[in-house]
Write a protein that binds this ligand. Sequence first.
Ligand SMILES: [Ca+2]
Ligand SMILES: [Ca+2]
Length: 472
Amino acid sequence: MRAYATLLSLILVCGACAAQPSRPDILFVAIDDLNDWVGHLGGNPDVRTPHLDRLAKRGVSFTNAHCAAPACNPSRAALMSGLRPSKEGVYTNNHDFEVGLKDTLTLTEHFRNNGYRILAGGKIYHHNKAGQRYWDEYQERPELVPSGKPKAGFNGLNRDQFDWACLDDVAPEDMPDYKLVTWAADRLADPPVDRPLFLCVGIVKPHLPWYAPKKYFDMYPKDKITLPKVPDDDLNDIPTIGIKMAKPDGDHKAVIESGKWRDAVQAYLATITFVDDQVGRLIDAVDRAPRGKSTVIVLWSDHGWHLGEKHHWRKFTLWEEATRAPFIIAAPDISKVGVPCGKAVDFLGIYPTLCDIVGLPLPGHLQGTSLRPLLENPDGSWDRMALTTHGRGEHAVRSDRWRYIRYHDGTEELYDHQTDPMEWRNVAGDPAHADLKAKMATWMPKEEVPEAPKFEGGDKRAKRKGRGGVEE
Ligand SMILES: [Ca+2]
Ligand SMILES: [Ca+2]
């Protein structure tokens, strides 16, 4: 009887062994429109993000990380495909990524082909695509506003989604992102027994409109808020194409004339801290999960955001405020713990890095390289630069120290972050920097494919549906 019991327990133990996947689970968190206003990134002195800072302490936070493109659609298409806009043709929010990526093995497809079960919820790609091509199961993207609330009309500026509101009748639990995170936490608690889990969670805030529960607004009394420093003449040394990107007569003029700069900053900060709470709930869910100890967490935001810097609001530029974004990887037993990495990296590195962490082969088409050496040694040597493209022919290259922008007509900007972190003084015209500019230009693409076709129905339909238009 005793021998039988021993045999039975052996069978049970071996059964458990067989059910344990050999590769770690992955929690892949996308945040929408979060710039460097994160505690440990130092972009804003008032912001409270204890959970993002806690995540940074579990792994490596890349503090000089940049998007491949400063808009939702092209940033995500590049990150998920491993190809830059100049290779797949998705340059702006209007270009149909389904066409651009048609023949490309995307990140989640590659992981699915190698045994992962792919679950996704929320905004991973630009649209609410539930296509089986990318995942095994898809949870609809959260709405941008809580149920029953209008999509605009609170702040009096009458600029559509460029709106904000302190909602005293909405609890955090009522926010669409809160519900998405509840779904994700449930999935982490109950992973597939025989396959590793790749769980994508696409949080849609702090994207406009900035509607958040009152408790988050109360954390940022308006009279104590620090506004960005913006010289009146900052655009004087910028080429025409750059000024067109800045659109100083648009949002910025409206904000200044209405006297609502402080209100806007408060609302963005409040929405960020709401998002930070959701990140905290995800970290806690990993810690409770049966395979949480080995789970790899990667978190990124699709690009940065201007709040008046360069007389500009939103993304859609090639300056630091629009290209720099949070990016953290915590890979147990691989990444250093709590050591930031200041090397210049861009999001083309995410696909190969995840392959490298779990031991999958690197597909031949990938344009980025694995960041694993930096996870293991954040201060190690790194001779690569980060590249951001905003429209065909418009590029910015970022090194550890410099930002070099070159527009399609050959006009340029060059900024020295060692002495000019806000990019106020364009020194591209100084002949002393000719060699530096030439070296940085080698990171820009030599050839650029034509633009992918626009989303079916074009801008009108996209704007009407709030999908794929100028803003989202
Ligand atoms: Ca975005
Ligand atoms: Ca300037």
